[in-house]
Design a protein around this ligand. Structure first.
Ligand code: DGL
Length: 259
């Protein structure tokens, strides 16, 4: 495996590009291949077995592009399938989990909120994590419908505003001081969420932490790309490429592909 080989990332759709942006910002030298499995979104409503099979299919696609490392840029996929993925594939695998620990360590009201998919909130991995914070009240809310609206390019719609308000108001009333975004699609909702939350409630997502972890694993495995050549960033989607292009803010190297 050469250091020039790309990092492969995948998500159920376009949301994982929020993670790609953090990784690309921290590691601009790295070549990357991003896979949006939008045709099969949302993963949050699927069974564990379905999610595992979709992850295998996505990783096989990325391995065919000679990826040196896989970033599972999806909380739902990580919390449901990371063990099975690590058992099957022998290259470095990075997962993303809701940043509950960070929020739990910082909260002063001893109450935090988490917005995530049903698949993440119901997963064994997530529930094990939650059980370890016995002194903190954690208000869990499934973001029903949010991923679908984001995938349709309806981030600023009235429907989005209504859904977010109904999910966040009970958390505000419960006196949370941190809101954890437990889905890689949700960082795109931060401007809309900020319009609803009072200023004292801080928003936490896992993007930066995943980027730092990616860098450290690349260093530890001697896979960091030290080449001074301009890196290549390639994106594939099995759905309409327009929404992916819009969320990325560019059109170059964004392709529709059946997989
Ligand atoms: N981006 C995925 C996550 O982080 C979205 C889940 C879904 O497709 O429901 O959980």
């Amino acid at each position: 495996m050469s250091n020039n080989n790309p990092i492969g990332l995948f998500d159920s759709g376009i949301g994982g590009t929020s993670i790609w942006k953090e990784i690309h910002q921290l590691l601009p030298n790295e070549n990357t291949v991003y896979l949006a499995d939008s045709k099969n979104a949302p993963y949050g409503k699927r069974t564990k077995q379905e999610i595992i099979q979709l992850c295998f299919k996505n990783i096989d696609f990325l391995l065919a592009q000679n990826c040196k490392m896989i970033v599972v840029a999806c909380n739902t996929a990580t919390t449901n399938a990371i063990k099975e993925i690590r058992d099957k594939y022998k290259l470095p695998i990075i997962g993303i989990e809701p940043a509950i620990k960070t929020a739990a360590n910082k909260t002063e009201t001893q109450t935090i909120g988490i917005l995530a998919t049903k698949g993440t909130l119901n997963s064994v991995l997530f529930n094990q994590q939650v059980e370890s914070f016995t002194n903190i009240k954690i208000i869990e809310q499934v973001g029903h419908g949010l991923v679908e609206l984001i995938e349709n390019g309806e981030i600023e719609s009235l429907e989005m505003k209504k859904l977010l308000t109904s999910y966040l108001e009970p958390m505000i009333k419960a006196n949370i001081d941190y809101l954890v975004l437990g889905c890689s699609h949700y960082p795109y909702l931060i401007p809309a969420i900020k319009k609803i939350l009072p200023e004292n409630i801080k928003i936490i997502d896992s993007g930066e932490a995943v980027a730092r972890q990616t860098k450290s694993i690349l260093e530890n495995t001697n896979l960091l790309n030290t080449s001074s050549e301009i890196s290549s960033q390639v994106f594939y989607t099995n759905s309409d490429d327009q929404v992916l292009k819009k969320i990325l803010g560019f059109e170059k190297n964004v392709f529709e592909k059946k997989f």
